[in-house]
Every structure is written in C-alpha cells, then in structure tokens.
Design a protein around this ligand. Structure first.
Ligand code: FAD
Length: 474
C-alpha cells in the first residue's frame, strides 16, 4: 500500500540480511515497503545465504559489554572505524539479537566451538560450499521476508535496480529498475552487498591486479549500490580494504578448497613470499590483513607460504569441527603442498625464485635468532615458530568475501555527501556502506552483525522520518 503521497515509504535494493531486516522493521513500524532483489529467489541471492550464520563483533559475542566491544573494534580497525558508526553498532548489537528472536528467527544453543556467539539455526557446516540451502542464514531471510509480506510489504525477485531517482533539490524519490520500471518512494535503502564480484571496481579501488583475487562469496555484489549512491552524491570511504582469507590457490579451480579451509592459522608460523621469494607483509597481523596485502600486490596469484614441517605437524587438528582446517584437509581435498629438504629445492617445486627465497629465509632466521624480527625491512610481529629442517611451501590466493569500503553513512544509516550532510531519503547498509571497517590490521568488524544492526537502524530511521516527509508535501 502506498502512502498518502502516492509513494511507498521505503524501497530497499537487495534482500540480503541488511535489506531484509530493514524492510521488516520498517513494515513493523507501519511503513509501506518494497523489497527488491536482482536474483530469482530473494532468500538466496547474496552472501547472507552462503554465510556461516555466526553473529559477532570482531569475533566477540554481541552481548559483551559495550566498552569491551568498542575497544576491540578500535584494536582491529583503528581510525578506519568512524566513531559514530562504532557507537551505533555497540549500542544496538545485543538488541539486534533480541529483535531477530522476536521476529521468529531461530538460533542455535551456545557451543564451545563458537565461544558462545550467536549462530543462526540450523547450523551451516563449512565442509561443502554448496551446503547452504535450508540452513540458518537462508531460513532467517525466509522468516523475515514472510513477515514483510504478512505486514503488507512486497518482496519482488528478478528486480535489479539501476538508478536512484532524485528531485532537483537532491532528495530521493525512488528507483529505476533495469527494465525501465520506476518505483516511487520517499526513501531508498541501498543494500546490494558490496562490489567484491566486480573485477573492474576491484582494480580501481583495491589494487592494480585485484581482478585476480578469488571471489570467496556470491557473484551478486557487483557494485550497483555503490554506483547508484555515488551518482546521487554519496561520499565513498575506506575503499581499498576487504574482508577475506588466504586460501590454497587450488580454490581457483576446485570448489573443495573454499570457503574453508583457509591457511590463516598457518600464517602465524610461516613466511609469506611472492614469486621473487620476497616477503609481502607482516604475517603476524593474520589472514585478513595478509589477504589484503597480497590482493594489493602486483601478482595476487603468485604468493606462497613457507613453513617448517614441524609447524605443519603441530597444526594438525582434531576432526569434527564446523570448519575444515588446513592440516589435514588441504591435501585431502586435492591441494598441493610442496615438501623439500632445502630452500633451493622448495623454490624449484613451488615456482619461487631460489636466490630470493634463500636470502629471505636467511634474513628471517637470523633476525629471529637475534630477537630482532621487528627490525626486518618488513617488520614481523608476534613470535613465529622457527623456520628450519624440512620445509613446506603452499601456493595461495587471496579470497575476497566482501568489500568493507562503500558509501559513508551516519549512525542512522543515512548516506552522507562530501560535506558530511545526509542526502535526504537515501540510506545504505550492510556491504554497501563503508566507514566502520578496514585498515592494515585487517579491520574486520563483522558481516552479519553489521548488516543486522544497520539494517535495523535504517528501517527505524525511515519510519521516524515519515511525518516530516509527509509534512513537506503540498
Ligand atoms: C562463505 C561466507 C561465509 C560467511 N560467514 C559469515 C559469518 O559466519 N558471520 C558473519 O558475520 N559474516 C559472514 N559472512 C559475510 C556475510 O555473509 C555478509 O557480510 C552479509 O551477509 C552481508 O549482507 P548484505 O545484506 O549486506 O549483502 P548480501 O547478503 O550479499 O545481499 C545483497 C543482495 O542484493 C542483491 N542485489 C545486488 N545488486 C542488486 C540490484 N542492483 N538490485 C536489486 N538487488 C541487488 C543480491 O542479489 C543479494 O541478494 C560470510 C560470507 C561468506 C561468503
């Protein structure tokens, strides 16, 4: 049902978790809502359906005290996390979980493996990339979308939005679909999930060869929201960073090698080198930071990790967890792991420059022995295991899951222009919005939790602004 001005109150572009939560909450609060999705099934178009369904703030439980969460976000994202967004996130994340439950979304009982974090039920296992249908994240979307329909909202599939309609004063008035159809609405929320699936945009914003990254997610995030929002005057922020993991390079040709196992845990005891045998980054910063560093390099498909056989053996993990681990699953799934008695031999097997690798390992071992890893040309943080004895080399590729940069929004999910002023009626959330995550330490604050909280705030903000918008009309 349209409002008294012949418009919908809200049109949402993208029915992942961010868009669906916003549509549901706006409908709960009495708004007329249209939820669009480009895919043929609005519960399975994007990253949400593929995800593991764990809700967390930088890996912590969402019901941790606000101060603990704030400190943790600052630790991982530093100055890349805008204060107003951090405040909004920590103030609303516990409420977000309660809200999901109130809407009828099912969550798993807490487990030790998940450290008590909230997981959407039924749990999605990571042993098979295709094992997502009917699991928690998709079911949550189905439950919430059913509620949108029950409250009189429309959920429309195969509806790809292509443009935001703006009035001469800059305020938004709806969207145009790729078919040419227009939908008039007082507010537009952009939630297309990011631009990770667009190789040209990756090259433009992330690095000169970032088109070579492996897409560790759904093919739907091609940057429509970014393009629509920036054409409408939206400011872009933190564009060069992404959330992802280092994977075995075999993921480029085998679905058995993604989304797990990652090689992230091995990095703590590895040296990460390019095909010249030169180190690329501080391996101690972890897998997300390493994926970003390799992703920005000139040859994202040419990197390898080198570690001692003793460290590999120490990483052998117990079976039965939700996530397959590198040792033993990489080799079981067909991932090649090179083994050699010397750096020279390993270099020949792994396609690395032998002289470069030898020099890098010599420097690394000497610095480690003198406790001076911090003085290396690329300082190494942490206390890595010794490199020596029989060596292993694992070819890797950075997997990009979603881009964390995007349209700068405020704590109510309103899109800001270059003067930091909200563009009237324009909102963004989830993977389309930026300003909360990113930076050289990896900067991963969250995926589902961020989509949930800012989806909720967007829906509430649209509902709260309705009377003012109506009053503006003649
Ligand atoms: C394998 C994997 C595991 C993950 N595990 C976790 C996890 O356990 N915990 C966590 O917090 N995060 C996880 N994530 C990340 C998380 O899934 C995302 O951050 C989150 O789902 C993003 O939600 P979203 O609504 O922004 O985007 P999406 O879920 O990607 O939804 C975007 C939607 O927009 C639609 N769309 C795109 N363009 C248009 C257009 N022009 N018009 C209309 N519709 C359009 C798409 O079809 C899609 O349905 C995981 C991701 C992956 C891939």
């Amino acid at each position: 049902m349209k409002n008294q001005n012949g418009q919908y109150d809200l049109v949402v572009v993208g029915s992942g978790l961010a868009g669906t939560v916003a549509a549901c909450q706006a409908a709960n609060l009495g708004c007329s809502v249209v939820l669009l999705d480009a895919s043929s099934d609005p519960s399975s178009g994007g990253n949400t359906a593929l995800s593991g369904g764990t809700l967390h703030i930088a890996h912590l439980r969402m019901d941790e005290p606000a101060e603990t969460l704030r400190r943790r976000v600052t630790e991982v994202a530093g100055e890349f996390a805008q204060r107003d967004l951090v405040d909004a996130l920590v103030a609303n994340c516990a409420r977000g979980i309660e809200w999901l439950i109130e809407q009828g979304v099912d969550i798993e009982p807490p487990t030790e493996e998940e450290g008590g974090r909230t997981v959407l039920a039924p749990v999605r296992e990571f042993h098979d990339v295709n094992a997502w249908p009917g699991r928690g994240p998709q079911v949550a979307l189905q439950v919430l979308q059913k509620r949108v329909r029950a409250l009189g909202g429309q959920v429309i599939s195969e509806a790809r939005a292509s443009e935001v309609i703006q009035r001469p004063d800059g305020s938004v008035a709806g969207v145009v679909l790729a078919t040419g159809r227009t939908i008039d609405a007082a507010a537009v929320l952009l939630c297309d999930g990011g631009f990770q699936a667009n190789p040209d945009l990756r090259r433009e914003f992330i690095g000169p060869a970032a088109d070579k990254l492996f897409l560790r997610g759904a093919p739907s995030g091609i940057g429509d929201g970014l393009r629509m929002g920036s054409s409408a005057g939206g400011q872009l922020i933190n564009m060069q960073w992404f959330y992802g993991h280092c994977l075995h390079r075999g993921a480029l040709t085998s679905d058995r090698l993604w989304p797990q196992p990652t090689v992230d845990d091995l990095l703590a005891s590895s040296v990460l080198v390019n095909s010249e045998g030169l180190r690329i980054t501080d391996e101690g910063l972890g897998g997300i930071a390493a994926a970003n560093a390799v992703g920005r390099s000139s040859d994202p498909r040419g990197a390898s990790i080198v570690l001692s056989e003793a460290a590999w053996d120490a990483a052998l993990s117990r079976e039965g967890g939700r996530r397959p681990t590198a040792n033993p699953e990489l080799e079981r799934r067909g991932g090649v792991v090179h083994r050699a008695e010397s750096a020279e031999d390993l270099a020949a097997k792994a396609g690395i420059n032998a002289a470069g690798l030898q020099r890098t390992l010599d420097e690394f071992i000497t610095a480690a022995g003198a406790d001076k890893l911090g003085a290396l040309a690329i300082p190494r943080s942490g206390r890595p295991a010794a490199i020596g004895g029989r060596l292993l080399g694992i070819p890797i590729v950075p997997g990009i899951t979603f881009t964390v940069g995007g349209l700068r929004t405020d704590g109510s999910a309103r899109v800001l222009n270059s003067n930091e002023a909200p563009i009237p009626g324009l909102y963004a959330a989830g993977g389309t919005a930026g300003g909360l995550q990113g930076g050289p330490r990896g900067g991963y604050v969250g995926g589902l939790a961020v989509a949930l909280v800012f989806g909720l705030l967007a829906g509430e903000s649209v509902a709260a602004s309705r009377p003012a918008q109506h009053a503006e009309k003649p």
